[in-house]
Ligand binder design. Structure first.
Ligand SMILES: [Zn+2]
Length: 346
């Protein structure tokens, strides 16, 4: 079997506000994001006379305005029966509260995502700016960047104006019946606390969320609340699980175009992370901290917004090598953690 990706919608993107059918009863809505990653894909599923929705877009005014137009336009005669969230990042959950209130529905998501959204929104200990500052200082972040993060306020709350007051819990393996079709929840880890993708075996369709993207690699980061963790191991395990799905599965990712070729994409991502691990291991022949390794890992400098994710990703790779025993980790007299080779090989 050839292991490469194919894009059935290579020459077609949904126009602004258009619901483009990608499979029977499944429609693609693409909303803009005010970020370098400039769009998110949402999936509307026919659900009897109504519809169900996976993810909501950013919590900003332009996204709200688009929803208002849709709800008063092409969706005016249909009710939202069920809102499903893959995870709690702002581009996925941003309009959830508004949609839940408007249609008086509950949002379906995992406990891990709902609770972590609450923790970040309310800045609970471990998820607050002080904990974050302590975390990044331990990894060598410069004072100017630290001041930037301390002064910028709660970015999550700025992009998620409110969270739904209640939710319906989904756990790994649950099946949601939508329009008579069974969608199985597949938990994935490493990108967010308890991400859910949804697989319909009958239709051979996977709504992948952020766990499997066709062109860019998903951000896998270490954050303050789990600063010694190894999310990369969890992410790679989760990819293995997805690779076991049938090769002709149509993957609907949250960013980029729908594609087929899960195994090829998983292999490419495994290779990508392995190369990065090799690069970092070589660089740690002398003890190095995470912040100074960012240019090596990514081959470029970042603005403060991107540095926030780049540093988390760099720590994730270093922690993975540390968990595997290939690197050791020690705090210097300045309190900064430095990683150095532990023996002669990975
Ligand atoms: Zn995400």
């Amino acid at each position: 079997m050839p292991h490469r990706l194919s894009y059935p919608f290579a020459d077609r993107l949904p126009r602004d506000g258009e619901l483009l059918a990608v499979a029977p009863g499944i429609h693609w809505l693409r909303l803009p994001l005010p970020l370098a990653l400039d769009h998110i894909n949402l999936w509307l599923l026919d659900d009897g006379p109504d519809w169900s929705l996976v993810d909501t877009g950013y919590g900003d005014e332009p996204s709200r305005a688009r929803w208002q137009t849709l709800c008063e336009g092409s969706l005016a005669r249909r009710r939202l029966r069920r809102l499903v969230l893959t995870h709690s990042h702002p581009d996925h959950i941003g309009q959830a509260d508004w949609l839940c209130r408007r249609f008086e529905v509950s949002c379906h998501c995992s406990l891990g995502e709902y609770l972590s959204a609450l923790a970040v929104w309310h800045e609970l200990p471990g998820f607050d700016a002080v904990a974050y500052d302590r975390h990044v200082a331990r990894h060598g972040l410069d004072q100017t960047s630290r001041n930037h993060y301390l002064q910028r306020g709660n970015l999550y709350r700025q992009n998620v104006p409110a969270l739904p007051a209640h939710f319906s819990r989904i756990v790994d393996g649950d099946c949601l019946s939508i329009d008579g079709h069974s969608w199985q929840a597949l938990a994935g880890f490493g990108h967010s606390p308890e991400h859910m993708a949804f697989y319909c075996a009958e239709r051979r369709v996977l709504i992948a969320g952020d766990m499997l993207l066709p062109k860019i690699s998903t951000n896998v980061g270490v954050w303050a609340s789990d600063s010694d963790g190894d999310p990369l191991a969890r992410f790679l395990d989760s990819l293995e699980r997805m690779a076991a799905l049938p090769e002709d599965t149509l993957v609907l990712p949250s960013h980029g175009r729908p594609f087929r070729g899960i195994a090829a994409r998983v292999e490419a991502l495994q290779r990508h992370h392995d190369e990065r691990l090799a690069l970092l291991w070589d660089a740690c022949c002398e003890p190095r901290h995470a912040f100074e390794l960012i240019p090596l890992l990514f081959g470029r400098e970042f603005d403060p917004y991107q540095t926030y994710f780049a540093l988390a990703e760099c720590i994730a790779h270093l922690n993975h090598l540390w968990h595997c025993g290939a690197l050791q980790r020690e705090a210097g007299s300045d309190g900064v953690l430095r990683y150095g080779q532990n023996g002669s090989g990975r």
